[in-house]
Design a protein around this ligand. Structure first.
Ligand code: CDP
Length: 269
């Protein structure tokens, strides 16, 4: 199918709102109401996924925080990060809670992440977690434990019977393994340099003194591990809409997603 995206938003252009006919059409047509969004590190999935979810009044659920949380708890509790059984046991027993930020927690976070009741929202973004998370996410026992929880949440929200009309689920294997039946799958990509620039900027803004070269090297290594692992590797689902966000603003990416999604689902806004 030949889908021509509309050009990105012009300067001064109002970004799409909840009344945009494309937004309304998508809400009416997605059954189950699950949007799967996958892609490599720092490709813009969280920024765009969060905004897309807000537009549609869907829940934004970033599954990466679960792998990060297990990694951080393992490091904090001195569990040997190479010991798949010990880390797997931890993933099965630690109580993870991912919920929207409450009053007093608005510090730029998209969600609050709790492990056994402790707020670890920012700890899981530490460079040490970035370095180790792909080892943890390649472990079968860890993936099984977390995938069960992700499917439960996805099924509940995808039915449209919760307080939100649906769910935008973000990760590496959502469209291929967790919800291969999702009616809309997006694969969000960007060049390695652009992704490293974005991640570097984020880390500097949070006061982390890391060099661009270090960030780029860590990210390329993590992408390789995520793409080459045996279990649920990062892959583009055959029916995913692929969006290269290199050089695009979040507004422009959202515009493209709305146009491409309506064309793919053959809905007339
Ligand atoms: O934010 P960023 O794109 O850097 O990464 P993330 O989405 O927070 O994911 C962190 C890590 O968790 C990834 O590098 C993967 O190893 C793992 N992950 C996964 O294996 N499967 C998912 N569905 C989500 C994340």
């Amino acid at each position: 199918m030949d889908i021509q995206p509309r050009d990105g938003a012009a300067p001064g252009h109002q970004s799409a709102g909840p009344d945009d006919p494309r937004v309304q059409a998508l809400r009416a047509h997605l059954r189950p109401a699950i949007i799967a969004m996958d892609g490599p590190a720092a490709s813009g999935k969280s920024t765009v996924g969060y905004r897309l979810a807000a537009l549609l009044d869907f829940l934004f659920f970033d599954t990466g925080v679960m792998y990060r949380a297990v990694t951080w708890v393992a490091l904090a509790r001195g569990v040997d990060i190479q010991d798949a059984e010990a880390v797997g046991r931890l993933a099965e027993t630690v109580e993870l809670d991912v919920r929207p930020p409450r009053a007093g927690e608005e510090d730029g976070r998209h969600c609050t992440v709790l492990a056994d009741g402790e707020d670890i929202t920012w700890q899981i973004r530490a460079p040490e977690v970035d370095r180790q998370v792909s080892v943890v996410s390649a472990m079968g026992r860890v993936r099984r434990a977390l995938t069960v929880q992700q499917r439960r949440i996805g099924q509940a929200y995808g039915a449209g019977t919760q307080e939100k009309a649906g769910i935008v689920m973000v990760g590496r294997d959502i469209g291929t393994v967790v919800f291969p039946q999702a009616p809309l799958k997006l694969y969000i990509d960007a060049s390695a340099e652009e992704r490293a620039r974005r991640r570097h900027r984020e880390l500097l803004a949070r006061g982390k003194a890391v060099s661009f070269e270090e960030v780029l090297a860590d990210m390329v290594r993590r992408d390789r591990l995520d793409s080459e692992r045996d279990l649920s590797p990062l892959r583009t689902a055959p029916d995913a809409l692929v969006i290269d966000t290199t050089g695009l603003t979040p507004d422009q990416v959202l515009e493209r997603i709305l146009d491409l999604a309506c064309a793919r689902l053959a809905v007339n806004p």
